[in-house]
Design a protein around this ligand. Structure first.
Ligand SMILES: [Zn+2]
Ligand SMILES: [Zn+2]
Ligand SMILES: [Zn+2]
Length: 375
């Protein structure tokens, strides 16, 4: 039984997913037979250990395994898949509660247990990003879904319970708090400046030797070095360490083409855009592993997630999304899990980041790649 509960003081929603703690920890008991891990529910031969596929990309006929990417419902859903329709929040005195309507899906990225995301060929990653996009478009056809949260946990420290490469998505009947803050900030910026803040951030970050003025607007305090926080760029995307990074080596991957909605990505068969996203992801994760090789000899634990527009067809949308198409700009965020949130972060919601983004971006830029990507 899953239930959404709203905190009466902060207005934040929490998902109460009783029973989810019982999900097994597959890391403990990996028995390998060549490339296949016998106990892994995502390895070929174990397809019956997951619920029936929502979507499968087949291999060429007669090949084994028969699939390249599988999308399946999560066996231990956090957000619940409730058959009956979404109901408006109910009041319990001060409290608000809502039944857990939604979906929780797993995207099994490849049949290979030991080939991580960043070592997949570009063509395979392109297919994966297309599947991400299709799932978002498909789920947004349901007017009871307000937001898709698509994410990946890599490594135990990042919350993965199965090491087989996979990503997940959860749908919500509300906009979660971090995204809500971005939406509100973007809308307020647009109301004042009549432009998208991500487009303006890209312009500022990519500009040559931007001059910085003091508050009176006259004297130059210092000149920012060229593209100081940029880690990598190609035709379609920029990966940068944000000016106010919360975590060491935090990176955002921002499309150069303005669009509020990930569903518009790679539209009209824009294969170059899909290829660019696959390439930049592969490059920056490889660079992250290289830069932190001394601390994480295998790979750096991280989460990545998509920030995209809420479903504009949601049945109870208020009219506050009027300028969203112009003010919001979809992007991915990569948060390496090199530090844990401690008392200060928990108690304040503020973060102490011990690696300045300008240092992190330089280390990542300088981290060599074995194979230079083709742009
Ligand atoms: Zn596996
Ligand atoms: Zn924009
Ligand atoms: Zn974001």
């Amino acid at each position: 039984m899953t239930e959404f509960r709203r905190d009466p003081i902060t207005g934040k929603w929490v998902i109460i997913a009783a029973g989810r703690a019982k999900r097994p920890d597959y890391f403990k008991k990996e028995q390998k037979q060549g490339d296949v891990v016998v106990s892994c529910p995502f390895c070929p031969g174990n397809e019956d250990k997951t619920p029936k596929e929502i979507r499968v990309d087949p291999m060429e006929a007669g090949q084994n395994p028969y699939w390249r990417i599988r999308v399946v419902p999560n066996l231990y859903p956090a957000a619940g898949i409730i058959k009956e329709g979404l109901e408006r929040p109910q009041k319990l005195g001060l409290y608000s509660t809502m039944k857990g309507y939604g979906a929780h899906e797993v995207i099994i990225e490849s049949p290979h247990h030991n080939i991580p995301f960043e070592d997949q060929p570009i063509e395979h990653l392109m297919l994966l990003f297309m599947r991400f996009k299709e799932r978002v478009i498909d789920l947004y056809k349901d007017d009871q879904i307000k937001q898709v949260v698509l994410y990946k946990n890599h490594g135990r420290e990042a919350g993965a319970s199965i090491s087989h490469p996979h990503s997940q998505l959860i749908t919500l009947p509300f906009v979660p708090d971090d995204l809500k803050e971005e939406l509100n900030g973007a809308r307020a910026y647009y109301a004042k400046e009549k432009s998208c803040i991500w487009c303006d951030i890209l312009m500022q970050e990519m500009r040559t030797n931007l001059q910085i003025f003091d508050e009176t607007g006259t004297s130059i305090v210092r000149a920012d070095p060229l593209k100081e926080r940029v880690v990598f760029e190609n035709r379609g995307f920029v990966a940068l360490c944000p000016f106010a990074s919360k975590f060491p080596y935090e990176m955002h991957i921002i499309p150069k083409r303005h669009s509020h909605y990930f569903g518009n990505f790679g539209e009209k068969e824009n294969f170059q855009e899909i290829k660019d996203l696959a390439e930049i992801f592969k490059t920056v994760i490889k660079k992250l592993n290289k830069a932190l090789l001394g601390i994480y000899p295998e790979s750096v634990p991280y989460n990545f997630f998509l920030h995209t527009s809420p479903n504009l067809k949601f049945r109870w949308n208020e009219d506050k999304f009027k300028t969203l198409e112009f003010d919001f700009h979809w992007h991915f965020e990569i948060h390496p899990r090199t530090s844990i949130e401690a008392g200060f972060e928990k108690g304040s919601g503020s973060y102490i980041n011990v690696v300045a983004p300008e240092i992190a971006s330089k280390e990542l830029r300088d981290a060599p790649l074995e194979i230079q990507p083709s742009v």
